[in-house]
Write a protein that binds this ligand. Sequence first.
Ligand code: SF4
Ligand code: SF4
Length: 208
Amino acid sequence: MSDVEKFEKYTKSLGISEIAYTTIDEEHTTDEMYPNTIVALIKMDDELLGVTPDMSLKQKYKELYVVITDIMTKMCDFIEDMGYHTYMIDQLDMSMNFSIIAQKAIMGYIGNNKLLITDSIGPGHKIILITTDMPVNTTPTKNDIKKRVRSTCSKCYMCVKNCPDHALHIKNGEIYFDKKKCIGYTHGCTYCITVCPFQKIAENKAKT
Ligand code: SF4
Ligand code: SF4
């Protein structure tokens, strides 16, 4: 078994749903980073999805941040024990668009809700980024998710219609996201995930 295969097997035991590899564009890299980027997706807990947004959920999001950081640390330790180097990108690093990097790895495609939508977990996930010098294959596998997301989004708009305070809104025919108005982190709002048909498809798939 190769080192990458060993690593991927280990990540399954940590609850990682999907993993892919890519590179981060030069303009976003820093000296601490390594050339390859591991993109891993963790399915969001059902208890955070479909609940009414409330300030009390902020604590649950803080706890999730701690859990994700612990998983990232374990992934890095595993890689370093095999003799390579790693650098984790902080979940709260606002200079990085995690969804765009995952989209570059063709794990999914960004929908009108501005979230990465994948076949197996829809938009209901958190993205982990770790850079490493472990040799990995950064050539993306073929996937027609882009076509399917674009086609569904062009007729749906459920995320925009259900977004409180119009954080997602339409202007001149384009969809915009106003981060300042989004209550996702402070109030645990997940409407733009739960109303998405791709989320429902992924949930149904998981049940069968
Ligand atoms: S809710 Fe509809 S419009 Fe929004 S991302 Fe999902 S498919 Fe696209
Ligand atoms: S998390 Fe809530 S407020 Fe933020 S974009 Fe999604 S629906 Fe809108």
